[in-house]
Design a binder for this molecule. Structure first.
Ligand code: SAM
Length: 241
């Protein structure tokens, strides 16, 4: 899979793309990432990518010319274009899984007050938000998306099994995890996890995932694939709250 990132701060990607899973995936050739300076498509002599907003108001807006031309020069046939935007479609695990099936994603990082609204129409691009808050630029958002999508690619995670057990993989939050020591400052690991009884551990983890989701993100339970018995148990816990 290939990512092409367009930004006025290419240096923001240097270190994150060198470390951990992303760094290894790039080194192994599973992932290719091209980071491009948007100013390379901006007019000389000032290489300005922004201009004042029509209608007045604070700040500057990213002009369509450099962004559209930059995308058109790096996009390959079938490549999908995503504009990082606080007003975009929320990035979820399901969307990350869908994006992971593409051969190329072109990510555009906004700055200033955002991008001219004609850009997404000209490029047939989708705006993506990583959460309900405003960042000062799209670079971190692009890195979040890049990370979330890349770890779903075959060969990127050392242990692919972890993917199936993580939060959101089955519509629930993940069960609580523990490691050594078994007793830390008087807080003991649940007995069942040191019992060696695999089936009981699996059942306990499933129940914990359900309880945790009910407590922290109850809305997820509406669409999570639960058995009838699990739905009934959740209903009982809900009434006990
Ligand atoms: N005026 C814009 C608004 O109110 O939605 C915010 C612009 S923000 C200061 C500059 C850039 O940061 C945006 O163009 C976008 O690329 C990026 N950005 C900010 N928050 C984001 C978020 N939650 N998700 C994705 N990108 C974000």
């Amino acid at each position: 899979m290939r990512f092409d990132v367009l930004t006025i701060f290419p240096e923001a990607f240097e270190s994150p793309l060198r470390i951990s899973l992303l760094g290894k995936a790039i080194e192994a050739g599973i992932l290719q990432v091209g980071v491009h300076d948007l100013r390379d498509w901006a007019p000389e002599p000032h290489r300005k990518v922004d201009d004042a907003p029509f209608g007045g108001g604070p700040g500057m807006v990213m002009a369509p010319g450099p962004v559209v031309e930059a995308v058109e020069s790096v996009q390959k046939p079938g490549g999908r274009v995503l504009l990082m935007s606080a007003a975009g479609r929320p990035l979820t695990q399901a969307l990350a899984a869908d994006l992971a099936s593409h051969d190329q994603l072109v990510l555009v990082c906004g700055r200033y007050e955002g991008m001219d609204d004609r850009i997404h129409r000209v490029l047939d691009a989708e705006e993506i938000s990583i959460g309900e808050y405003v960042l000062s630029g799209g670079e971190m958002a692009a890195l979040v998306l890049l990370d979330a999508v890349s770890r779903l690619l075959p060969g990127v995670m050392g242990n692919a099994r972890s993917l199936g057990e993580e939060s959101f993989a089955d519509g629930l939050l993940e069960y609580p995890q523990f490691t050594r020591p078994a007793d830390y400052r008087g807080l003991k690991v649940p007995d069942i996890l040191v019992s060696g009884h695999h089936a009981n551990v699996v059942a306990w983890r499933r129940e914990q995932a359900l309880r945790r989701t009910l407590e922290r993100r109850p809305g997820l339970l509406d669409s999570a694939p639960l058995t009838d018995a699990e739905r009934q148990a959740v209903e009982t816990w809900r009434q006990q709250e």
